[in-house]
Design a protein around this ligand. Structure first.
Ligand code: PMP
Length: 401
């Protein structure tokens, strides 16, 4: 008899995340009493600023505990528009903004609202692991454009031109990038926009969630290519900038016909985002912005320290990263070698498993991001954890034969 709870074809196609596999192994080792350092998670280690928490508290006490408009409160959408003007030099109308339950839902809403089976979405590898899976869940077909350290993990205009086909519905860009830290410069974005001007059937989704963690000047695609605004969706949110991952507030900025379709999706799955969290996000956007630069500087120091330590191993090849809080070094020099514990390393996954089992450091293999031969480390951890992790990684590499 067939199981009523068998997975639908749509969900069956979504793979168990590689990140999850490593964290499960890390948890199992921790339960055995092993001292494990995890550099796997994409979450700032700062706390949500106190004035933001205070605003949420006040909102709840003032009765802001009911459903909000599905597109988000007017206060928050106005604060988003003001932040856009202040930081990126353009002012969206409130009807061009949709507030969602995290930036992740912006992606889901947009793809669910626009993709039909067989429609293709161009995704740059290394990519955030959820990109292809969200496309698949929404019946689309992810088409991966590989990059490497040689091009700074950025696609070239030629590569984009070759990848666009008749079934391409979207290009999905992420700058600064998780996991590579790549940031597209104004010139890079202009060159890509030039290609996109010749492809009027392609929508452009730009995930700018790490905008405030950039060590080079950040430019929003929408400001660079304002003539393409009619088919551009910008994704952003408070999760990374203001250390608010648990509050679940993200937003999309796009043309009204798209935000209206996304609203139709959202109205049938979650309705408006949390009222109290939206009040908190207003306080974050309207409040003191000095902390953004301070936190970004702090991340940069940690990046420099960890990148230097990784390069000193002589095994990991770690280009610097211009943004976000990840490093993405190549580990191919370890291939064909044997660890102190007798494990042979032939892949990035072997490297991560052996490092975890033998030294108790959890990293994520590059293949989880569509780019084998690399590993991802997050440096959103305390300096003490990073120093200890670096010592263990160095020992692991020194013992390779
Ligand atoms: N985009 C990227 C590139 C991310 O790394 C993440 C979080 N890991 C998100 C979107 C999702 O953000 P949120 O938590 O606001 O849903």
């Amino acid at each position: 008899m067939s199981d009523p709870f068998r997975r639908s074809a749509r969900i069956d196609a979504v793979e168990l995340s590689e990140i999850l596999k490593i964290s499960e192994l890390a948890d199992a080792l921790k339960r055995e009493g092993r001292d494990v350092i995890t550099l796997g998670t994409g979450e700032p280690d700062f706390s949500t600023p106190p004035h933001v928490i205070h605003a949420a508290h006040q909102a709840a006490l003032a009765g802001e505990t009911t459903y909000t408009l599905t597109a988000g409160t007017l206060e928050l959408r106005r604060a988003i528009a003001a932040a856009c003007q202040r930081e990126n030099g353009y002012t969206p109308e409130t009807a061009e903004i949709i507030v969602c339950t995290g930036a992740k839902q912006v992606l889901y809403n947009a793809f669910a609202a626009t993709l039909d089976p067989g429609d293709e979405v161009l995704i740059v590898a290394p990519y955030w692991t959820s990109y292809p899976d969200i496309v698949t869940v929404c019946d689309g077909k992810p088409v991966v454009m590989p990059t490497s350290a040689e091009t700074g993990f950025r696609i070239t205009p030629e590569q984009l031109r070759d990848a666009i086909g008749p079934n391409t519905r979207w290009l999905l860009l992420n700058s600064p990038s998780n996991p590579s830290g790549a940031v597209y410069s104004a010139a890079d974005l202009e060159a890509l926009a030039e290609v996109l001007r010749d492809a009027p059937h392609v929508g452009i989704m730009v995930d700018e969630i790490y905008q405030h963690i950039s060590y080079v000047p950040f430019r929003s695609f929408r400001a660079i290519a304002s003539d393409l605004a009619d088919r551009t969706l910008i994704v952003n949110g408070v999760s990374k900038s203001y250390a608010m991952t648990g509050w679940r507030i993200g937003w999309g900025i796009g043309p009204k016909r798209l935000t209206a379709a996304m609203l139709a999706v959202q109205s049938q799955i979650t309705s408006g985002a949390s009222s109290v969290a939206q009040a908190a996000a207003v306080a974050a956007l309207d409040g003191d912005q000095q902390l953004l630069a301070e936190r970004s500087d702090d991340f940069r120091e940690r990046r420099d320290m960890l990148a230097a330590a990784l390069n000193a191993t002589g095994v990991l090849d770690c280009p610097s990263a211009d943004g976000a809080f990840y490093l993405f070094p190549g580990c191919a020099r370890a291939f064909g070698k044997v660890t102190a514990g007798g494990r042979r390393i032939e892949s990035d996954a072997d490297f991560c498993t052996a490092l975890l089992e033998e030294e108790g450091v959890a990293l994520v293999p590059g293949r989880a991001f569509g780019t084998p031969g690399y590993v991802r480390l997050s440096y959103a951890y305390s300096r003490a954890s990073l120093t200890e992790a670096a010592t263990r990684i160095a020992r692991f590499c020194a013992n390779l034969k």
